[in-house]
Design a binder for this molecule. Structure first.
Ligand code: 4AD
Ligand code: MG
Length: 459
């Protein structure tokens, strides 16, 4: 077939074309997602990867190759030459009546991905094939659209995108959960002449840019050596971290809310087929839930109020696994979920946490006990976003850094407070957690192309 001679080669372009006419000749390359025939007419569900929905290819026994075509196996790679037939009353706007089909890549009998429902565990084990399965096809399309929407949101508002380093000497969160980077195990610090690790957050590296460009963001992979093997923790995940100057916690929360609503709306508008799929196959009602988010106001509650409500719940007989609620404790995910699911029944900010359980860089509140921090909690997932106003007072920050033991390695970070510093704030949104929330997929391993978790790194 004269591959180069035909105008449109991708379904994506064909579907976007406004004037499609009956009889238009097309040439396409893609994969068989189903093939059935009754001896005189046959149908191939065809997908070239550029759209979520399949297109139907129709072949008849008038085709001299009918018998060969009817034996083309599920998942084979093929090329097809045919003509558009408009089908305005069907799910898809057209089908293709086949003139010729060539088999480009046959499928061996041990192909593990069959045309049936497989368990998510099984699909994780064949991560190199699962992008072909409907759920993952939909998921990775949404993941792509969401990433684009993030850049679109910030670029439309004049935010500067900054590439913060992956290899670093700082442990931004101070939680001791970073992976070491060594070239020679026997001399771990020789390569950089310093102890290096993979970044847990780009925040400390993006703050200097906010103090030069005002509104900035970084969006990239981050790494955490957390041993907690849960469905919401990955060792490698993507985080969006905006940092804004001349902005306090209130401004930060306004940005978070506007940002999340914008990117969800973008996906609702641009991935309707995929979102419908999640709504029918993964979580009934997820579509309504997302539409509701876009139109609702996020609730706000202080940590202190939250703890009171949790205590009250326990008094009234609610059983948490960790039932000993007291002010100062780090909330467990079950507590966060109670607050967002039972109390707020939607997204909620929890603010003003005890300073002892939060990172050193957060601004101390006038009560000297709490810091100007906010976590955004959502039903089903818990924390998807954590932000704060940064401590801009040189002496107060220095005191916390001495206690943390990082004042030497991060002297430059402290210096920002004496070289034209100003109030500034920022947050980190867990990209993969947001995807879980938006699709209803309940395991972080199922929203990442190649998940890395404790004890598992097959691909
Ligand atoms: O709350 P975290 O630790 O905040 C920071 O890293 C700040 N430096 C952000 C900032 O202010 N610039 O992480 C932010 C978010 C969490 O709310 C969560 O959604 C996600 O990152 N996250 C994880 N996602 C998947 N797997 C993990 N192990 C995660 N740890 C955090
Ligand atoms: Mg956090």
């Amino acid at each position: 077939m004269e591959r180069k001679m035909i105008i449109a080669k991708k379904l994506f372009t064909l579907l976007a074309k406004e004037e499609l006419k009956d009889g238009l000749e097309v040439f396409l390359e893609g994969w068989v997602r189903g093939n059935r025939d009754n001896g005189s007419i046959g149908f191939i569900e065809f997908n070239d990867g550029t759209t979520f929905k399949n297109i139907q290819l129709v072949y008849t026994s008038e085709n001299p190759n009918y018998n060969n075509i009817s034996h083309i196996k599920y998942a084979s790679a093929i090329s097809v030459k045919g003509k558009i037939k408009l089908t305005p009353t069907n799910k898809q706007p057209f089908e293709i009546s086949v003139d010729e089909i060539s088999l480009l890549g046959d499928v061996a009998d041990d192909y593990p991905l069959q045309k049936k429902r497989h368990s998510f565990e099984f699909l994780r084990d064949i991560a190199y094939l699962r992008p072909r399965a409907n759920t993952f096809n939909a998921l990775f399309r949404v993941r792509n659209a969401l990433a684009f929407a993030i850049h679109k949101f910030f670029q439309e508002r004049g935010f500067m995108y900054v590439h913060t380093p992956i290899i670093t000497t700082n442990d931004a969160e101070g939680a001791g959960q970073s992976f070491k980077v060594v070239e020679d195990l026997k001399h771990p610090n020789d390569f950089f002449n310093a102890s290096a690790s993979l970044t847990v957050s780009g925040q400390l590296h993006v703050e200097p840019f906010a103090l030069a460009f005002r509104d900035t963001y970084t969006f990239g992979p981050t790494f955490r050596a957390e041993h907690s093997n849960t469905s919401r923790h990955a060792s490698e995940f993507w985080m969006i971290e905006p940092e804004i100057a001349f902005a306090d916690l209130e401004d930060d929360m306004v940005l978070i809310e506007e940002f999340i609503k914008y990117i969800i709306s973008y996906v609702l508008d641009n991935c309707p087929d995929e979102m419908n799929f999640f709504n029918t196959m993964i979580e009934k009602g997820v579509l309504e839930k997302m539409k509701h988010i876009v139109n609702s106001k996020f609730k706000v509650m202080t940590y202190t109020e939250g703890v009171e409500l949790l205590k009250k719940a326990v008094e009234e007989g609610h059983k948490f696994e960790y039932n000993n609620i007291e002010w100062g404790m780090d909330l467990q995910s079950e507590h966060e979920r109670y607050l967002t699911e039972v109390i707020a029944k939607g997204p909620m900010f929890l603010i003003d946490y005890p300073k002892e359980i939060k990172s050193f860089y957060m601004k101390l509140n006038p009560d000297n006990k709490t810091v100007a921090a906010c976590d955004l909690l959502v039903p089903g997932v818990g924390e998807i976003c954590g932000g704060s106003q940064r401590e801009e007072d040189y002496d107060k920050l220095k005191e916390r850094m001495i206690a943390q033991g990082n004042v030497e390695i991060l002297d430059w970070y402290l210096n920002l407070r004496k070289y034209g510093g100003c109030i500034h704030s920022g947050f980190g949104l867990g990209f993969d957690r947001l995807l879980m929330y938006m699709t209803g997929l309940s395991n972080i391993r199922d929203v990442q192309p190649y998940p890395r978790c404790p004890g598992s790194i097959k691909y």
